[in-house]
Design a protein around this ligand. Sequence first.
Ligand SMILES: Cc1cc2nc3c(=O)[nH]c(=O)nc-3n(C[C@H](O)[C@H](O)[C@H](O)COP(=O)(O)O)c2cc1C
Length: 337
Amino acid sequence: MDLDFNRRLSIAPMLDCTDRHERYFLRLISKNILLYSEMVVSTGLLHCKDPELFLGHEDCEMPAVLQLGGSDPAELAAASKMVERAGFGEVNLNCGCPSDRVQNGNFGACLMKDKNLVADCFKAMQDAISIPVSIKCRIGVDEFDSWDFFRDFVGTIADAGCRIFIIHARKAWLKGLSPKENREVPPLKYEFVHNLKAEMPQLNISINGGIKTLDQVEEQLKDLDGVMVGREAYENPWFLRDADERIFCDGRFPAKPGMTKEGKPASRKAVLEAYLPYVEKEFSKGTPATILTRHLYGLFTGLPGARKFRQVLSQEAPKTKDAAGMLRQAMDLVVED
Ligand SMILES: Cc1cc2nc3c(=O)[nH]c(=O)nc-3n(C[C@H](O)[C@H](O)[C@H](O)COP(=O)(O)O)c2cc1C
């Protein structure tokens, strides 16, 4: 099994956010960040008429991980095979999502209450494929929030052979809190993740939750293997600009048009310039302009004209006949030094 791709900085799976277009866009900012898909429910993947809807991607998105939601080992194994065949580098099992829909399907965070089932799911998935299977979980769920509970959960899955864990460092309250509140209300306890790494140094452990700057990423990397960032990457993707240089120490990539010689994008507009041909290609295949531009709203945050940029996208994208032209017009309204 190849544990080898670099997990130092990854972008969290986010429903309605980290679709293939967002991943393509973020890849233009960093060549090295590890990109996670939105959660795909295993049953949905197995029974859907057009799996390409979930599995479609561009080669340049790699390394990328597809996250599955489910709790049936056989189904998860079959879905994992589809993910491997589609060319993803890893499959992740969601044990952290608290939404009602997910609880009704008996997966997501409520799986943390059944460590043996998670171990069975992991084993079935890993036996079915040769790319790694990882687990994303919380540090606890409901009243099960002690250190012993958390260590026991991870230890059981590790005994089943799992080596890669991504830990959202707060517990989930399954009753009474919305998914949004479950990302804000329970306190972050980074020490759980650090203690885990100290106790189980053989595991590859990434921390997640509330991280917003590359300084914070570097700080966490002193003790841990990886850092996963969600909302900040979506709302302010430009903070990733120096990621290749600072986090991956990367001199391997030749400069491309719009990139400075270190390989990082010269400006936010250079990122969009590089995104335009993709918009043109996808729009001509029938992808709506709204879908292609909805992830771009945060790119110019803080710059003069950013509001106008967003306004043009929201007003014009639903009716435009020329998505790339519309995007160019919108970006021309932004003033960037
Ligand atoms: C809009 C949104 C959708 C999310 N969808 C998923 C998901 O599909 N699977 C998952 O494991 N976590 C999901 N999450 C949780 C994130 O992966 C991450 O754990 C959480 O946002 C904490 O990280 P952050 O503080 O860096 O945002 C979602 C978060 C947001 C904001």
